[in-house]
Design a protein around this ligand. Structure first.
Ligand SMILES: [Zn+2]
Length: 282
């Protein structure tokens, strides 16, 4: 499932290909990825030029002239392909859901095999409200050690669940939560409020370093993810624990364990991430 680094990789690939293009028409193959009827959507976007492409959390945000935005949540398998005029969709785009046709002849294709993705148009106030409901961007200055510590202090949720909560911090999913916790030496099952100041500092630093390195590597491709240029995310080679159960920890060679809680797998090194407050002592 695409997380912050994958969305950022897509944004960087799209920017030079679609900024400045003007929405002409929209072809809807599967209306279930839209949050309003296709006709209403078409009316809201057509004639508007694309002013910029950005990201908020795991969402790709396409800014239109006039103030509205098209927000794309990639869900599990959503992909965005910018196509030049006359360029056919790549073979891997086998489940097209929506095609934005631009006046300049180019196209932006949203393809989604499992169709958990969402494409919606929001006016400026709707977008402000949506964005406000999300936590801070972990790579921005606003996300400080103090702010992280404050947020953690009152929570009894497992730290991994806290990190996945988009209202707490935006953009982190299961891959990078597990990787950051391993780097920080914190067991994913620990209560968020039980981390001491040095653990909070280490976690803050680990979240940022793992996200930055993953962006640098073009994200992580487990199966479906591709950047806007069709390239696989190479951070998969740098994963220390995610999906590595029964393999040795790259730091201490202890065998990585997989545990399931909150309906999701967590991966940890029992030596680098010692259990505290009695969890996981089985
Ligand atoms: Zn280890």
């Amino acid at each position: 499932m695409p997380e912050l680094p994958e969305a950022e990789t897509i944004v960087r690939g799209l920017r030079p290909r679609i900024v400045g293009s003007t929405m002409a028409t929209m072809e809807v193959v599967h209306a279930d990825v839209l949050t309003c009827p296709p006709e209403a959507f078409r009316e809201r976007v057509s004639g508007h030029a694309i002013e910029g492409v950005g990201r908020r959390g795991k969402n790709v945000v396409i800014r239109l002239a006039g103030g509205g935005v098209v927000v794309v949540n990639l869900g599990m398998t959503g992909r965005l392909f910018p196509l030049a005029s006359g360029e056919p969709p790549p073979v891997e785009a086998s489940h097209p859901a929506v095609l934005f046709r631009f006046r300049e002849g180019n196209t932006l294709l949203f393809d989604d095999t499992r169709r958990f993705g969402r494409v919606e148009h929001l006016n400026p106030s709707e977008w402000r409200e949506r964005s406000r409901a999300l936590g801070p961007e972990p790579l921005e200055r606003r996300f400080s050690v103090a702010r992280l510590g404050e947020g953690l202090s009152t929570s009894r949720a497992p730290i991994r669940s806290w990190l996945l909560d988009q209202r707490r911090v935006a953009g982190i999913g299961n891959i990078y939560a597990n990787e950051a916790l391993h780097r920080a030496g914190v067991d994913p099952r620990r209560a968020a409020g039980s981390l001491d100041p040095s653990e909070i500092r280490r976690l803050h630093r680990s979240i940022r370093s793992v996200l930055r390195e993953a962006i640098e590597a073009g994200g992580t491709t487990i199966r479906d993810f591709r950047g806007a240029d069709g390239v696989r995310g190479e951070f998969v080679r740098d994963l220390a624990v995610y999906g590595k159960q029964s393999e040795p920890c790259p730091r201490c060679r202890t065998v990585i364990r997989r545990v399931v809680f909150g309906g999701r797998s967590a991966f940890l090194c029992p030596r680098c991430q010692p259990a505290a407050d009695g969890v996981g002592s089985d």
